[in-house]
Every structure is written in structure tokens, then in C-alpha cells.
Write a protein that binds this ligand. Structure first.
Ligand code: NAD
Length: 263
């Protein structure tokens, strides 16, 4: 299927690894011109080294408003106003029982996972509206609708991302800017690698056993009984960025092998 986005200017955050990098790869394969952004210039350059197509990298910390401003200026200078935004930057944040997590734990998680989406969307949506065409995909999580008690700041931040997605879709859909979310579960990226390494250490097992026990005990509804691959999420994100998704707005696409219990 031709996604119809050849030459479109795209901005992908959280792009030096995992779902962001895989999404950049999909968009490049479709002929989009892609700005990849993440925290560290060196890691970004290493990640982008293997990519084909027209792309550039710009390091920025999305929790710093001035950095976001500079990122958008440099992105515009590279390929013009972003017409596509895929916002993947995120952190697991501090985990533990609710009564042990202080304000900083909440603030840090919400700042990266929710506020950075607010900042970046605010910076790109004006030009998309003027052009009458835009695609925004925010990466949420299964946790946004199905909270796990040991990571409530993360879950609440992702519920916020889903609410933001729906609200933005209503505000800007009439202008031709379509806003959707992708909600993955347990994908093989540095984020879950770190979780599984910690679990393996706690239990005195290897990482494969940690993954298996996590699936059995914590994610029993994941019917495929494996971690997802970043490209399996990226394929859905790329579709939502496309001309083919021209009547899709305000949706959350689950890419979770069944982890969320409801239909
Ligand atoms: P990842 O760790 O590979 O990617 C997250 C990226 O965000 C990292 O490269 C990190 O450097 C970047 N980032 C963090 N803080 C930032 C900041 N302040 N400014 C700029 N960039 C920052 O993990 P991933 O799994 O690919 O995560 C991508 C998105 O998918 C995240 O929003 C995550 O919450 C979401 N998600 C992942 C899973 C999963 O199982 N891996 C499941 C559900 C949702």
C-alpha cells in the first residue's frame, strides 16, 4: 500500500531507539523527509547512521521549552514546517507503591510523558492548520486505560496523552489536522529491556525467564505470549500518518496482542 506521504516533512521524537527509531525508518521508506530528535546528539547520530532516505537529527530535551523552540526552528530550516508529528519520547518514571512516590516522581513523569507532547504539538499545529493538512500521532500505552498499581504516574501520564489526543482531534480535525494515538503493550525496546533486567536481577533469573514470568504473571491477556517488536508499532503509526488514514481521527490504536481486556 502506498501511504501517499512522499516528500512530506515529518518530525519523530524519542527517535534514537525503540518505537521512535522504527517509526522514522517506516516514514523514510515511504519517502517522507524525517527529522529525528532525542536527548543525546551522539546516540542520535549512531541510530541514524543505518537509515536510508532524507533525514537529519537534532538533539533536544523536550522538558526544556527553549530546547523545543530551537528544535522546531532547526526542523523548519531543514525541511519546512513539520506536516507529520510522531511523538514517541517517554519514560517509565519512578515506580513503586503510590504511598511511597513523592511529588517529584509525579512531576518528572508527567513532564516528559504529557507536557512534552503539549509543547511539541503546540509548536507544530499552527502551520498544519494553515496548510489544511497534518497528521499527529501520540504514543500512549495500554496503561492509559488499564492502570497497573506499581506505576501510577506513568499510567496517569498516558491517560492524559489519550485525553489530549481526543481533545486535539476535536479541536483541529475540522482544519484537516488528524490526531490519533497508538497504545502499545510490552514492546522489546530499551524501556522494557531495563524493566526485564531489573526483574531478572530481583529474581535471580536470566532476562528470557524474566520476560516469560512477566507475561504469565503481569500480562496474561497478551495472547501472542511474546514481547512486541518496535516495527509492529511503527507500522500502525506510519499508517496513521498517511493519506490512507484520511477518515481516522481521535482514535487510539491498540498494538498490544490483546493486553487490554475490553473490546
Ligand atoms: P525508548 O526508551 O527506546 O524510547 C523513548 C525515548 O524517549 C528514548 O530514546 C529517550 O531518550 C527519549 N526521551 C526521554 N526523555 C526525553 C526528553 N526529556 N526529551 C527528549 N527525548 C526524551 O522506549 P520505547 O519503548 O520505544 O518508548 C517509546 C514510547 O512508547 C514511549 O512514550 C513509551 O512510553 C511508549 N510505550 C512503550 C511500550 C513498550 O513496551 N516499550 C509500551 C507502551 C508504550
Amino acid at each position: 500500500m502506498d501511504l501517499g506521504i512522499t516528500g512530506r516533512a515529518a518530525l519523530v521524537t524519542g527517535a534514537d531507539s525503540g518505537i521512535g527509531l522504527a517509526t522514522a525508518r517506516h516514514l523514510l521508506a515511504e519517502g517522507a523527509r524525517v527529522v529525528l530528535t532525542d536527548l543525546d546528539a551522539g546516540r542520535l547520530a549512531d541510530a541514524a547512521a543505518g537509515l536510508g532516505g532524507e533525514h537529519t537529527t537534532i538533539a533536544a530535551d523536550l522538558t526544556v521549552p527553549d530546547d523545543v523552540g530551537r528544535l522546531l526552528e532547526e526542523a523548519r530550516a531543514a525541511y519546512g514546517d513539520p506536516e507529520i508529528l510522531v511523538h514517541c519520547a517517554g519514560i517509565t518514571g519512578p515506580q513503586g507503591p503510590f504511598h511511597e512516590l513523592d511529588d517529584d516522581a509525579w512531576r518528572t513523569t508527567l513532564d516528559v510523558n504529557l507536557f512534552s507532547a503539549v509543547r511539541v504539538v503546540r509548536g507544530v499545529v499552527g502551520a498544519m492548520r494553515e496548510a489544511g493538512w497534518g497528521r499527529i500521532v501520540l504514543v500512549a500505552s495500554e496503561d492509559g486505560v488499564q492502570p497497573y498499581v506499581d506505576e501510577l504516574p506513568y499510567c496517569a501520564s498516558k491517560a492524559g496523552v489519550l485525553s489530549l489526543t481526543k481533545g486535539l482531534s476535536k479541536a483541529y480535525g475540522p482544519d484537516g489536522v488528524l490526531v490519533n494515538a497508538v497504545s502499545p503493550a510490552f514492546v522489546e525496546t530499551p524501556m522494557t529491556d531495563a524493566m526485564m533486567e531489573a526483574r531478572a536481577q530481583e529474581r535471580g533469573t536470566d532476562v528470557d525467564e524474566a520476560v516469560e514470568s512477566f507475561l504469565d504473571e503481569e500480562r496474561p491477556l497478551m495472547a501472542l505470549k511474546r514481547r512486541g517488536r518496535p516495527d509492529e508499532v511503527a507500522a500502525v503509526a506510519a499508517f496513521l500518518c498517511s493519506e490512507r488514514a484520511s477518515f481516522v481521527n481521535g482514535s487510539s490504536y491498540r498494538v498490544d496482542s490483546g493486553s487490554v481486556a475490553t473490546i
